[in-house]
Design a protein around this ligand. Structure first.
Ligand SMILES: [Zn+2]
Length: 173
């Protein structure tokens, strides 16, 4: 009986040890499972995240695409004439003040007269005028309607030199 007891006890301890090992093993397995589950969770998160990111990227993309495409930049083929502040170009009552109230000396006399569809301050790029740099719409003119534009020059000589040109005008804003 003593021997059996000791065997049992030893066996018992062994069992306990085995049990403990099994428990540890089971724990480590569950830990591994947990870890695996976590990695799975992480993978699912990381796979779902780029999708959301893609959606996030895709959403403002359409916004950024629509922003410059709609009102800010467009081109119009225009008939561009030129004028100066002289009585011949602006009539005998010419006082050197544009329709916007700005003096003709504004921006060193580089601005344009356009139709009312273009508010004052609208920036236009007129190829060949002001080194193809943007200029503002500051003036109006009786004959300046629709797709007609009048570029300003300080002298009549320069205005004559421009003549009449059909150019692709870019509306900056
Ligand atoms: Zn003139």
């Amino acid at each position: 009986m003593k021997l059996l007891r000791s065997i049992i006890s030893t066996h018992g301890t062994r069992l306990t040890v085995i049990g403990a090992v099994a428990l540890i093993a089971a724990l480590s397995v569950s830990a591994a499972k947990l870890a695996a589950g976590q990695t799975k969770a992480v993978t699912t998160v990381s796979t779902s995240e780029p999708q959301e990111l893609l959606r996030d990227i895709a959403a403002p993309k359409t916004e950024t695409l629509s922003t410059p495409a709609t009102p800010h930049v467009h081109q119009i083929m225009m008939e561009v004439t030129a004028y100066c502040p002289c009585a011949k170009c602006c009539g005998p009552k010419a006082q050197g003040i544009t329709a916007s109230g700005k003096l003709v000396t504004y921006n060193a006399g580089r601005f344009v007269a356009a139709d009312r569809s273009m508010p004052f301050g609208t920036k236009l790029i007129v190829p060949g005028y002001h080194n193809t740099q943007p200029v503002e719409v500051l003036d109006r003119g009786g004959a300046i309607k629709g797709n007609k534009l009048d570029v300003f020059f300080p002298t009549h000589k320069e205005a004559l030199k421009w003549g009449r040109q059909h150019v692709l005008v870019t509306v900056v804003d």
